[in-house]
Design a protein around this ligand. Structure first.
Ligand code: FMN
Length: 316
């Protein structure tokens, strides 16, 4: 079992969830300015694409800077050979670990036999984990998954615990569950206990609907977990991983300055991307202030990010 950087982390481990088109390097660097998760994840990258000649665009999604360490690259796929090749590339890019997505419920991912479809196909999941372990050199391999596909599956979690993965993140929903219903933390606790019984060295993290670090601390203790992965709570709140600061207490000017920093980093590192991806963050930072309705309308009407930058500079 390769544990790598995971063994250096102090428990409970609070990580930033992979979120496609949200948690890019610009956002991760903004978060680092105001707090620090124990570990970052990139969003999921198709192993088939990484193993193909057209990998250049995907490599851009794997961009990170030195201070983002420890950082884990997440991949998905159903072809062990491509998982092997993708893992080799990730190792060469200098990541600290490789995470395999075995929980994405999107139809287009499951149709390929990847993501949450692997829950019903442990034989293939085993080959995929072995391929990642062979390609990753000394890097540890982890898995992010769900409680099951259609029903809760303790056999799935037990199966994963018997493999050589170093860490397992369990999202507290089934693949068919809508995220408007709450994550099932009682089931996460049960699943984690099954996994720990089989492999006490395996790090097990819970994920789903956690709003802040206090809640993360309580949940990791209450449900006997090694840590918590937080996702959507970071939208508009790069202070999420800072124990001493609550966004509610931050003056609007400072929030606008944080958004300005995020926007400038996005322009610096991701100028080739659709600016709409950055615009999606605007509302998250400034929502809930009746007084800034004007600012919100102005920002939404901007035609490009430089225009938005000027407006934010004026208000900051
Ligand atoms: C916009 C968005 C993109 C996501 N992309 C990924 C992804 O690339 N890989 C993954 O494993 N999970 C992905 N997820 C799921 C999150 O990692 C996380 O499991 C989910 O948001 C639940 O955690 P939360 O309630 O703390 O947000 C995504 C979620 C969102 C909202």
């Amino acid at each position: 079992m390769k544990i790598g950087f995971w063994k250096k982390l102090k428990k409970p481990v609070f990580s930033l969830a992979p979120m496609a088109d949200v948690t890019d390097s610009a956002f991760r660097q903004t978060i680092l300015k105001f707090g620090r998760p124990a570990v970052f994840f990139t969003w999921f990258i198709p192993a088939d694409g990484l193993a193909s000649v057209g990998k250049q665009n995907l490599l851009k999604d794997l961009f990170f800077v030195e201070k983002e360490h420890p950082i884990v690259a997440q991949i998905f796929g159903a072809n062990p050979k491509n998982i092997f090749l993708a893992s080799k590339i990730i190792k060469e890019l200098g990541f600290d670990g490789i995470d395999i997505n075995m929980g994405c419920p999107e139809k287009k991912i499951m149709k390929q036999g990847a993501g949450a479809a692997l829950i019903d196909n442990p034989n293939l999941a085993k080959k995929i984990i072995s391929a990642a372990l062979s390609g990753s050199g000394r890097l540890p391999v982890s898995v992010k998954t769900r409680l099951g596909n259609k029903t809760t599956s303790s056999s799935w979690i037990k199966f994963l615990a018997k493999t050589d993965i170093a860490a397992l993140t369990i999202h507290g929903r089934l693949a068919k569950d809508d995220s408007k219903y709450p994550a099932d933390w009682f089931e996460i606790k049960k699943a984690a206990a099954f996994a720990k019984k089989i492999n006490p060295r395996l790090l097990v993290f819970g994920n789903g609907d956690v709003k802040n670090l206090e809640e993360a601390e309580i949940k990791s203790e209450l449900y006997h977990l090694d840590g918590i992965m937080l996702g959507r709570a970071v939208f508009g709140n790069p202070w999420l991983f800072n124990k001493k600061i609550k966004k509610e207490n931050i003056p609007p000017k400072k929030i606008i300055q944080a958004l300005l920093l995020h926007l400038r980093l996005f322009k610096k590192y991701h100028s080739y991307k659709n600016p709409a991806l950055m615009k999606k963050h605007f509302n998250a930072y400034i929502s809930g202030w009746p007084k800034v309705k004007n600012l919100r309308i102005k920002l939404m009407k901007t035609k490009n990010l430089s225009e938005a930058e000027k407006i934010l500079k004026f208000f900051s």
